[in-house]
Design a protein around this ligand. Structure first.
Ligand code: ADP
Length: 447
């Protein structure tokens, strides 16, 4: 081995050791982003300063980081324990901050910091230092050597990327929070508007009820007035016939009979009204519409037999339960069935048929249809069918369909009538959501 070679060998060994240490540090630096993932910018800066401090064995490390939203700077500094006791941190920080203006130029510059002479190097966070600057200082005169400069640049670059990501995440989080707050505000506004609408609806339906009550009172007065005046007239006639010297007993008996008849008529009117309005409160509960329909059919048995009606029922076995006011829906079905029976009672040229059907309408509605082979409905009539007090019957009151409609509407449903396709008779039907509040379905082929 030559002398030169003998001299170079320990040198090479030292370089290899340095390079190995640098490689180790580089590997650790590359692992830093894994620590930072999803972290706060302050945590990233803290880790960077600690890592630089120990890898480069620094005397001072300083970072100035800019908040992208507010534009404010935050300064963070670490001072080696050995120096901390001798030089005041304030003086060190002022010297470092004063050197920041020439940050780019500051590479391997020797500067007096507090009462020490230090080698200073700096690196920019971000391409143009838009995120901030890192300044490192060492008492060593040869600081930074090439490998140290490489480590500084790699570590600061990694931190810049981490900071960019963290700031992006933070602004995304802030936007999401703002959006959440706006959604919450809108939801509250909507809820308030809905409450106001509900209150208005309630007020309107109360107003409508008052109007209906007024109309009903007029109708009841009219219905009851006729038999009452009959009773008064007949009772007067009766008294007169008995009050003469030769009382007309036979005539008085006849007028007494008429009085009785009129009295019964008045009682009938009252009984029918009671049947319709006997139960006022609206109370919904899960119910079996098929069972309710069967009960109504059974109830109408004598009426149907009297009118010699052939009743057929097709009740869908798969009908889901509905949440509704059972009694009120039965009133609707009863009314439609009675009307159908009345409508077929006047036909003699064809079979008197009534078909009652229940079925699903879409996924969340049920429909009840009552089809008859009766007198049918023409366009002129159809428009008025559901009007209160529209009747074509001598003993009708014309409020059954109007009440049926308001009951169905109260269940968020629809009721309609249409002439049968074969030209004789008509079909009345209503559909309601299975649960209150389900969307309304289309109105099939109604007038
Ligand atoms: P009312 O039965 O007391 O007349 P409604 O309101 O129940 O009162 O019916 C109003 C009118 O609608 C009836 O008078 C009749 O003219 C007509 N109508 C109802 N149902 C039928 C039907 N199935 N066929 C033909 N017309 C009907």
């Amino acid at each position: 081995m030559s002398d030169l070679a003998a001299l170079r060998e320990p040198l090479l060994e030292e370089e290899v050791t340095q390079l190995r240490a640098c490689l180790n540090d580089l590997v650790s630096t590359m692992a830093l982003p894994a620590l930072w993932a999803g972290g706060e910018p302050t945590r990233i800066v803290d880790t960077l300063l600690d890592a630089l401090m120990s890898m480069l064995r620094l005397t001072v490390v300083f970072a100035r980081v800019r908040d992208p939203d507010t534009g404010h700077f935050t300064d963070v500094m670490r001072i080696a324990a050995a120096v901390r006791g001798t030089s005041p941190a304030g003086a060190i920080e002022s010297a470092v901050v004063a050197s920041l203006g020439s940050a780019r130029a500051l590479s391997a510059t020797r500067l007096p910091i507090a009462d020490l002479e230090m080698s200073i190097a700096s690196a920019l966070l971000g391409l143009d230092g838009e995120i901030g600057t890192v300044v490192v200082a060492s008492e060593r005169g040869d600081f930074p050597v090439q490998t140290e400069r490489l480590l500084l640049d790699v570590a600061v670059n990694q931190a810049a990327m981490g900071l960019q990501q963290a700031m992006l995440l933070m602004s995304q989080k802030r936007i999401a929070e703002e959006l959440d707050a706006r959604v919450a505000r809108r939801t509250t506004e909507l809820a308030t508007a809905e409450d106001a609408l509900r209150a208005l609806h309630l007020e309107m339906s109360r107003a409508a009820q008052v109007a209906t009550v007024g109309e009903l009172a007029a109708s009841i007065a009219h219905e009851v007035n006729q038999p009452l005046s009959g009773i008064i007239t007949n009772a007067g006639t009766c008294l007169r016939m008995l009050g003469t010297e030769s009382p007309n007993v036979e005539g008085a008996r006849e007028t007494a009979r008429r009085t009785l008849r009129d009295g019964r008529r008045a009682a009938d009117v009252i009984a029918r009204l009671r049947a319709l309005f006997g139960r006022k409160e609206f109370s919904v509960e899960p119910m079996d519409l098929n069972e309710a329909t069967r009960e109504v059919i059974a109830l109408s048995g004598s009426d149907l037999r009297r009118n010699r009606v052939a009743l057929q029922s097709q009740l869908d076995d798969d009908l889901p339960p509905v949440v509704a006011d059972r009694i009120q829906l039965q009133q609707v079905i009863l009314n439609l069935l009675r009307n159908a029976s009345d409508a077929v009672a006047v036909v003699d040229d064809r079979p008197r048929r009534v078909l009652v059907r229940t079925e699903c309408e879409g996924e969340d509605r049920v429909r009840v249809t009552i089809q008859d082979s009766g007198v049918g409905i023409d366009r002129e009539r159809a428009e008025r069918l559901f009007d209160a007090f529209y009747t074509t019957k001598s003993d009708g009151m014309g409020i059954g369909l109007s009440i049926s409609r308001s009951i169905v509407h109260r269940h968020h449903g629809r009721i309609w009538a249409s002439p049968n396709e074969d030209g004789s008779g008509s079909t009345f039907a209503f559909s309601i959501p299975c649960r209150p509040g389900a969307p309304e379905g289309p109105l099939p082929g109604a007038f």
